[in-house]
Design a protein around this ligand. Structure first.
Ligand code: FAD
Ligand code: DLZ
Ligand code: SF4
Length: 522
């Protein structure tokens, strides 16, 4: 028999359909999976995220063994686990009895790890395979972006709809007549809305997870976040059950309440599948086909099905394209020259009086999850208005969410939430005053600040911070047509009003930053 091939599977590649399986045989080849401290520590991951990823990796290895593959699984904090992927791999190869004819690995989803894989080419016979789990390739995105002045998600999304034939009629037109039903997706929820949000499926902790919980509690006691309750799926079969439960009970209302926020309701009608999807437990094509078939069967309205599909074949694919098009420079972007520190209360919900922030940070701590509008218009919006340094905000989002991997988190944080890429991804900053949060949530009712007051100690900080942001960034932003109403308004502000805004902003900065360094851009 020929020397075996060694197939390396990374922690976010837990798919039985991974392209690597087309290149190996159970009889002749071997699989290696490694838990290493470099990956566990490149940011201070939320404890629940760590429990999830290591449980899912260990579970996947067991499934492969049950299928008949020869799997070597290296656990964290064992003699074989040598800090980095590279050292652990080297140690494994050197101590393995038999030689390998070649190492196979699927391209990493993150730039940082792809560079590590590429460094192995100098030392070993390595083949880096394409990752076929995405609907569009990096090359397709580059070709689409080539020569375009603006890279609008909507235009890209239409191309992907055509390519995949999802929600497309026999004449090649969008089913229902429109490409995008976002206008029907802006309903709010409040305690008076008589609507019962269904229960989620809970999955009991397996023995594997119990062991991982013990390890994380012992070795990562200082990391942010609660482990318990841990009720997620850790294998693809259960993740599919969670998704089917969403389709049946939540999808009909998904579009309508996509932007709504409600105190005490962390998930509303969202799918809560991104953590499964991003490590390979779910397949994006299957999800979209299922949502499409629900519409075809008359079970959900077009705005719900289209709204959901757009998130996956539109936004998810698009942000990946942006990431690979602009990395590694993208990581350094800071077009608004924001240099302030991330306030302490991003790590401690009890340390702020702003109820919207308190609720979102609290949910994040409990669940390693918050939904899109909470990430964008609450924590993201505040970081934007405060002028927090993009890298610090990036590190926070990468740490605290269970679905956070740089390829998807970075464009959302830097591009969408902070406009730090100067408009590569978004056509304008998603800056908003308290009125937006008040319209889309019931947070303001329980807040110490008054959303109706514009300046002064009792006023909602978003109100004066918004105008201070508009004013201090006028060199960069006043030429943006989508902000023309804001700049027109600002022109009409009296000097007294501007001074009140500046004074309230300064006092707020002093309160939240106490003695730490503040860089207020003039
Ligand atoms: P749903 O609202 O039910 O949407 C369905 C699916 O669509 C999601 O599971 C996700 O896979 C996809 N999706 C929706 N919006 C986006 C988007 N903007 N970009 C990429 N995929 C999208 N998503 C991540 O997967 N990982 C991240 O690290 C991440 N960081 C973010 C940081 C910021 C500042 C912002 C504004 C958004 C971020 N998002 C991230 C996008 C989005 O918030 C999450 O995908 C979503 O909240 C996950 O919850 P869900 O599964 O219930 O999604
Ligand atoms: C997120 C993560 C963590 C915490 N630990 C590991 C690990 O020990 N081994 C591993 O293979 N993968 C881990 N991951 C996921 C990787 O960081 C992920 O594969 C890369 O982000 C892909 O670029
Ligand atoms: Fe948030 Fe302002 Fe509303 Fe308070 S008043 S919850 S700070 S938007």
């Amino acid at each position: 028999m020929a020397d075996p091939k060694l197939a390396l599977i990374l922690g976010d590649q837990l798919s039985h359909k991974l392209s690597i399986f087309d290149h190996i045989s159970k009889e002749n080849d071997e699989i290696l999976m490694m838990e290493v401290t470099d990956e566990a520590e490149y940011v201070k991951h939320h404890k629940k995220k760590l429990v999830f990823i290591f449980s899912a990796m260990r579970q996947f290895a067991e499934e492969l063994k049950e299928k008949g593959y020869k799997v070597h699984y290296i656990k964290l904090f064992t003699e074989e686990s040598k800090t980095s992927f590279t050292d652990t791999l080297e140690n494994f190869i050197n101590s393995h009895k038999q030689q390998f004819s070649k190492i196979l690995t699927v391209e990493a989803s993150e730039y940082r790890v792809l560079k590590i894989q590429e460094s192995w080419l100098e030392k070993y016979k390595v083949e880096i395979l394409k990752d076929s789990r995405f609907i569009t390739t990096k090359e397709e995105f580059t070709a689409w972006a080539d020569g375009k002045k603006s890279l609008l998600m909507e235009n890209f999304y239409r191309e992907v709809r055509k390519k995949t034939d999802i929600l497309i009629d026999i004449k090649g037109k969008p089913i229902g007549g429109k490409w995008n039903y976002d206008h029907d997706n802006r309903e709010t929820l409040n305690t008076k809305t008589k609507i019962e949000i269904p229960e989620r499926l809970d999955f009991p902790k397996s023995k594997i997870t119990e062991e991982v919980v013990e390890m994380i509690e012992k070795h990562f006691p200082g990391n942010f976040g609660d482990i318990e309750p841990f009720n997620w799926a850790i294998d693809s079969k259960s993740a599919r059950a969670a998704f089917n439960h969403f389709i049946e009970h939540f999808l009909p209302n998904f579009g309508k309440y996509q932007d709504a926020m409600l105190e005490g309701e962390a998930f509303i009608y969202h799918s809560v599948i991104s953590h499964y999807l991003n490590i390979g437990l779910l397949d994006p094509r299957e999800l979209c086909l299922k949502a499409e078939s629900e519409y075809m069967a008359g079970k959900v309205a077009i705005n719900a099905a289209e709204g959901f599909i757009r998130q996956i074949i539109g936004w998810r694919e698009y942000v990946r394209g942006i990431y690979w098009l602009f990395m590694p420079e993208y990581l350094e972007s800071n077009s608004l020259e924001a240099h302030n520190a991330l306030p302490e209360f991003y790590w401690d919900p009890e340390a702020t009086e702003m109820n919207c922030i308190k609720q979102v940070v609290k949910q994040t701590k409990e669940n390693a999850y918050s939904h899109h509008i909470q990430r964008l218009m609450v924590t993201g919006n505040l970081a934007l208005l405060l002028g927090v340094e993009p890298k610090q905000v990036h590190e926070w989002y990468l740490s605290v969410y269970a679905d956070a991997y740089e390829w998807v988190e970075l464009p959302n944080t830097l591009g969408m939430a902070l406009y730090a890429d100067g408009g590569k991804l978004a056509t304008k900053p998603y800056a908003a005053s308290g009125a937006y949060i008040n319209k889309m949530s019931n947070y303001c009712k329980n807040c110490s600040y008054k959303v109706t007051e514009k300046t002064g100690e009792a006023a909602c900080p978003f109100n004066y911070l918004y105008w201070d942001f508009i004013d201090r960034n006028k060199d960069e932003l006043s030429g943006n047509m989508r902000l023309r109403f804001s700049y027109k308004n600002l022109e009409n502000f009296s000097e007294e009003k501007i001074n009140e805004i500046k004074d309230s902003t300064e006092k707020f900065f002093k309160r939240i930053y106490k003695n730490s360094k503040i860089v207020v851009k003039k």
